[in-house]
Design a protein around this ligand. Sequence first.
Ligand SMILES: [Zn+2]
Length: 882
Amino acid sequence: MKTDTPRPILLKDYRPPNYLIYAVNLDVSLDATRTRVRSRLKIKRNPAYPGNPGPLRLDGEMIELESVRLDGRQLGPREYQVTDKELVVAGVPGDPFTLETSTYCDPQANKALTGLYLSRGIYCTQCEAEGFRRITYFLDRPDVLAAYTTRIEADRSAAPVLLANGDLVERGTLDGGKRHYAVWRDPHPKPCYLFALVGGNLASYASEFTTASGRKVDLRIHVEPGKESRCAWAMDSLKRAMRWDEERFGREYDLDVFNIVAVSDFNMGAMENKGLNIFNDALILASPETATDASFAAIERVIAHEYFHNWTGNRITCRDWFQLCLKEGLTVFRDQEFCADQRFATVERIRDVRNLKAAQFPEDAGPLAHPVRPGRYIEINNFYTATVYNKGAEVVRMLQTLLGRDGFRKGMDLYFERHDGQAATVEDFLACFQDATGKDLRQFMTWYSQAGTPELVCKFKYDPRTHTADLTIAQVLPPTPGEAKKKPLHIPVQLGLVGNDGKDLSLTLTSGRNTEGGLIELTKRTETFRFRDVPSRPVPSLLRGFSAPVNLTIGLSDADLRFLMAHDSDLYNRWQAAQDYATRVLVAAVKDIRAGQRAAKPTDFVTALGVTVADESLDPGYRAQFMFLPSESDLARVIGRDVDPLAIHEARRELRKAIGTALYEPLVGIYRRYETKGPYSPAPEPAGRRALRNAALGYLTCRGKAEDVARVAAHFAQARNATDEVGALGMLSELRSPERAKAFDRFYERWKGDHLVIDNWFAYQAASPLPSALGTVTKLTRHPLFSIKNPNKVRALLGTFAMGNPVNFNRPDGKGYDFLAERVLEIDAFNPQVAARLLSSFRSWKALEPERRRMAKKTLQRIAAAKPLSPDVLEIVGKMLE
Ligand SMILES: [Zn+2]
């Protein structure tokens, strides 16, 4: 563990590397505790480096150096220097030259899960962002691109399957068949963060794909033996993603094999290593009994995401880690577009916006706020954030909205053509769109450099005498840490004016400015748009399809919101109107509860909701979205300050009960009618029916009568798929009833042998709003199936408690905070990345009411004072307390 005070790295300090490594030969001899890595690097001076290149400094951590050779000659101990961070060779000879090192590492002891490690007996690697330096000495930065040849050697019994990037070129046996080896060659130059190797006892599920130009690609998903049958959906998703990228973006796959490996211990979701993706097995394995509809959808999305990286990330990579959004924001946008095409586009858009508001808006509103392209970091692993990924995707989406789909495609084509094989920047990316379309994007660039969520404060006035309507929009840009003053942004606002008959009016601006397709572009702090020939007062429908990642304030009446819920031609905004209405009702109820008063009856809202939910002309999956009320965290974010999580919880529970009671008849009708018969299919139509039916069941359960408990218990007992079984378990988890314990016991007995499915059992106990939750979670950390070393278990139990249980995490006695702090410190000793991410659950602490705020601050100060802390945790806790 590093203990010296870490220094921040700044974007403005970027310098090109002094040397380039252009060919890499690795020879890896796998051993659980002492893996030997021999590396032969071809190195040359970088012509782009100004001045004398100086000594060669290679990054290296947690590895033991055995020998160094320069152009074939072994160096004496005085001819190089080794520290715990680098290998320095001062006197490098001519140009180019060859450097060979031999080093050892210990995969079994590696619990940080970065570099080479063992996961349930499988050797695997994770090199992004800076893990390659834990495998061998290297210029570990993304702007050093090389062709790799990797030879892996291992005992045949321990690791019968040996994989690396690229195509297999040679294999053979050694020691009379006891050991064996495989040689893989990747001809595409890549940065070392895309390096991967795998060794282990793996079974595979195979298929093939023929690209548009006729290349036959061997597709393989490697999993623990016995789990092959759970790979079919991931494979199907992969093939659809490969075809889609050809059709939508003209991008083909470029190797003869594409391998995916699923492992159980993984810090993130998955990794796009060239030709050898490595996945958290939760995002590969699926069967109707073990995976919910949401898991099936997540698998499809992540498989596509990692595959799409082959062009946006691998063929064109990032110049430095500040440009992370160049590959992530863009690739998230691509996976969103893929899912929208595969499923119901509006439902997918709603899902994307929900995620953005749940994960990114709080980041932007708190001490961890940073721009989509940050300007400084201490530990880059702390910047794999919702801002870089999800807001980054929104920025790319705005680009498409501003340029139109054709213009956007032209810019993408130019980007692929101009930068293939390069390490690029955000400026390079935007220049392609500017050059391809002629659109001025200089102001748009500010989206990448400025943190915070803009608020659009709108005023709408209709003049019946002149038949004109004025829309005035002011951009309010709240300050974020280190950024007090903000520049106005270039914001696309998609809008419509909905007339009395519920139909969109045609839009004509008096200024003669273009409103083609209802799009207006904001560029100034305040602007007024005057529409003429408006026959009567319309209801404005702004930010259709959520055309920009902003907060919108417009004083619509309850009646206006009900009108939009019923009539808006933009299905996204119909849903948004319902959410805004629900938010309004709930925020008022929170106020009443805190003032010790009875909340007003939400009759009008419930009636309007009932109309939509019963509207058979609307898709069931879409209707289900109306039934998911804003979450407790959503409400906390909207309230913004002096937040009382308990009052929010009560207000939401009361509204759910009111809905379940008032809409009893239609909900029972939905529950009866929408059962999906026949074999399970993860397709969007049956999944949408299940979502609607389970949402109805959820509301009925909230009524809490004996018949309701019996209904949900029966639903649980008779479930024929994971969606129904896990869904019912979640509903039961909120009840004080003997049925609750029965269900958890039954679920445990059924699934204790499955390390993925059992995570639901941990998660729903951690999410329980009952006062016993903290005691239960504490006890579960000692459960034999829990392991604090496994990130999936940490996410299921501790992550759910901290992020998905606002009432119990924010207990007034502060014990929720203390519990989490202890776990963060415990995990930080071996896995700083996971510890820092868990710590981020404190990100909204400053918005809490004074007593909880005081408790949270004390806890954070205690973490800050603990020693030793990793740079990861040090950076996050430092920002929290700044
Ligand atoms: Zn990615």
